[in-house]
Each structure stands twice: as C-alpha cells, then as structure tokens.
Design a protein around this ligand. Sequence first.
Ligand SMILES: [Zn+2]
Length: 153
Amino acid sequence: MASTPVSVHKSEEEWRAILTPEQFHILREKGTEPKGTGHYDKFYEEGIYNCAGCGTPLYKSTTKFNSGCGWPAFFEGLPGTINRSPDPDGRRTEITCVACGGHLGHVFKGEGHLVPTDERHCVNSVSIKFVPAPASTPAPQCGSCSCSARKGN
Ligand SMILES: [Zn+2]
C-alpha cells in the first residue's frame, strides 16, 4: 500500500511547539473554528489540502463544494487518509487525520447536497493547509517565430 500515510506520533508538548495555539486547540483538542470565519470557507483554487498538523494530503480541490454551512465542505477525502469515529453524543461522526489523529471536523451524510457521495465533510480551515496544483508548463511557443529567443544573432 504505497499510499498509506506514515503515522505521526508526537507528545502534547511537541504539538504545542509546532502548531499555532488555534491549530492546537482544533487539531489536538477537537475545537471548532467560528462559523464563516475560516480561510478556506469560500476558497476554490485548484490544488490539494494537506493536514495542517502532519502534512498528509487529505482532500483534492475537485471534491470541495459550496455547502453554505460556513465551513469548507468536501464530498470525499483521499482514500485511506481519514478516520471516522462516532462522537460521544452519538449524533455526529468525527473525522480525523489517519496519520496524526488530528481533528478535522465532522462528516454528515444524506443532507441532499448535489454531490456524488451525498456526504459533507465539514472541515475546519485551521486543520488543513492548501497547496496549489503545480502550474502547467506552457508549451514552447517559438518554433519558427521571430521572438526574443532568436535576437542577438
Ligand atoms: Zn495529520
């Protein structure tokens, strides 16, 4: 399984050292950022969202959608990267990063969003870090033109 994320185990102290207080609160203490304030709530660039704790790629921008809920929403995580476990209150399902156990948010099913999985991963912006897709290199344009590549001859 080449795609299995490497497990990351750190003590609370180590996490405090590398995370901001806000990241620590949400990732390690299962906090929730205030609705509608997240950096990625209305963010639709092309790329990958990594775990803010350990850097494991978790979501593709192509699975992000506008749920209107006030947090970033994805209909699918990358295979094998996200753990699900029932909340103690029995009503919600928590999602965490498989590699480091960082709290991402919750997953909701059957809300009727027009997405392939009918699921909404409601993720804290603080828990993820966007990495832009590599810019596609434009094909060389100067085969027979008289562009600057030929000047100074
Ligand atoms: Zn992680």
